[in-house]
Design a protein around this ligand. Structure first.
Ligand SMILES: *Cc1c(COP(=O)(O)O)cnc(C)c1O
Length: 455
């Protein structure tokens, strides 16, 4: 096989000079040229919000992806920069007052922690129900919610090249150790996988595993090639690096080594999927972003795309149609459209479920069949991934038609069920069963699972 050729041919010299990774945080936000041109009031609002929610952006995103002529409406600006309304007015006012009055660091941190506590830092029972047990002990840095798929959070991969303002894992980026899922134990992952032959998929996630050096990533993935782990047929890596730092796959020192690691996994017969987080076609607008995609695909790995629907960023069908069209052109397979989760700055980003479905449907109408592979809009809720299939009227009652894409019980999957239509609902827990029924079909069983887990 000569599949390594493209990486050797596309050496860092041909058209893509190396770029130094340079990052801005709340401490040096003012040094970003575009920010220093904003009004004093806007900059102060950023400082206030960034003292509660994570903020981190790198120079490539600032200089290549944001159209500063369109700030503050530019979607990538909204995707990475703190905005005043991301905090509730009362929380904003309290933090603004603390900063204005020159409160000391510890007072600000105490207040920040209090405000974070009001933002549902742990959505979807992740701590309680998803951490697996092995030989009587909780396995660190892992979640096993759906039978086939284990999520692994390598400890060196628990940051990102930039942070998304709407991130549902935001809590782990603001320093609360107990909020962090992480493991540096390749052995415990491999032991667990060996003991669970029903697991076909390993999903490396974070943070962003692509912030890791290739040799660290290899420490988790290379052992999959050894005997005893043949049942792990699919290796997925969740990442936003194709947007935030495409140089990871092109000119970084260990970029070629990374591609060869992917290639070795492909050659072993595995399906390797880069689960790329995308929110807006602007993320695909640079030559380096396209080159990174080309190089990943040359390894034989697939790239599938997923991301939430967000007010202020991609709340138009035309955004999604353009995103999916461009992805199909570049060989990326659209996979999921998510509903923004019930955590963090969700009030700022949330979109009613009825609107989400309309955006999805209108976008679907505008693309060919190859662009219609994204499922959604899907809520990653406690009992499972619930998709809004449509809005309908049945015997005079307006309803949401729903189905599980994934369920804590695999038998819940693909059964249509119905909720009373509610034009304002933004999450599953705000929906009521239709037709006067007391609860949804899965609720009694789900309650039992919760009780068992607590016992
Ligand atoms: C979405 C998700 C998965 C993967 O589900 P697929 O339907 O296989 O893509 C696995 N674990 C958790 C916790 C998830 O939310």
């Amino acid at each position: 096989m000569n599949s390594t050729v493209p990486f050797q041919r596309a050496a860092s010299s041909d058209g893509f000079p190396e770029r130094r990774f340079q990052v801005f945080t709340a401490r040096n936000l003012e040094r970003i040229p575009g920010v220093s041109r904003l009004s004093a009031e806007q900059r102060f609002a950023m400082e206030v919000v960034a003292s509660v929610l994570p903020f981190r952006v790198n120079e490539y995103v600032v200089n290549e992806l944001i159209d500063w002529g369109r700030v503050p409406d530019d979607p990538i600006f909204q995707l990475v920069f703190p905005q005043r309304d991301m905090l509730a007015p009362e929380s904003f006012a309290r933090m603004a007052e603390a900063i204005r009055s020159g409160a000391d660091r510890s007072a600000i941190q105490l207040l920040a922690r209090e405000i974070r506590g009001t933002l549902n830092p742990h959505p979807a029972g992740q701590m309680e129900l998803n951490v697996p047990q092995h030989q009587g002990e909780s396995v660190e840095g892992m979640q096993h919610k759906y039978r086939e798929t284990v999520l692994f959070f390598p400890s060196q991969g628990q940051v990102c090249h930039s942070y998304c303002t709407f991130c549902f894992r935001w809590a782990q980026f603001v320093g609360d150790k107990e909020l962090r899922f992480a493991s540096n134990e390749a052995d415990s992952l491999l032991d667990y996988l060996r003991g669970h032959p029903q697991v076909s998929d390993l999903l490396m996630t974070g943070g962003d595993p692509m912030v890791m050096k290739t040799r660290n990533l290899a420490q988790y993935l290379e052992p999959l090639l050894e005997p005893g782990l043949e049942h792990v047929q699919t290796v997925r890596i969740g990442t936003k690096a194709l947007t935030f730092w495409p140089y990871r796959f092109v000119t970084d020192k260990d970029a070629d080594e990374l591609l060869r690691l992917l290639e070795r996994l492909v050659d072993s017969g595995r399906h390797v999927a880069i689960m790329a987080h995308y929110n807006h076609p602007q993320e695909l607008s640079t030559p380096i972003a396209e080159e990174a995609i080309r190089r990943v695909r040359a390894t034989g790995a697939e790239i599938r795309s997923q991301g939430p629907l967000l007010n202020h960023i991609n709340n138009e069908a035309s955004d999604w149609a353009a995103l999916w069209r461009k992805q199909v052109q570049l060989g990326i397979i659209p996979y999921y459209m998510f509903v923004e989760r019930d955590t963090g700055a969700r009030r700022y980003f949330e979109v009613p479920l009825a609107r989400a479905w309309e955006v999805y449907r209108e976008a679907m109408k505008q693309v060919s069949g190859l662009g219609r592979t994204a499922r959604g809009p899907s809520m990653s809720a406690d009992p499972g991934k619930v998709e809004i299939q449509g809005i309908s009227e049945i015997r005079g009652e307006k309803v949401f038609v729903l189905r599980f894409i994934q369920g804590r019980n695999p038998d819940w999957v693909q059964r249509p069920f119905f909720a009373r239509f509610d034009p304002d609902a933004t999450w599953l827990n705000q929906l009521q069963p239709a037709f006067g029924e007391k609860e949804f079909f899965f609720e009694a069983e789900y309650r039992e699972m919760l009780e068992q887990a607590r016992a």
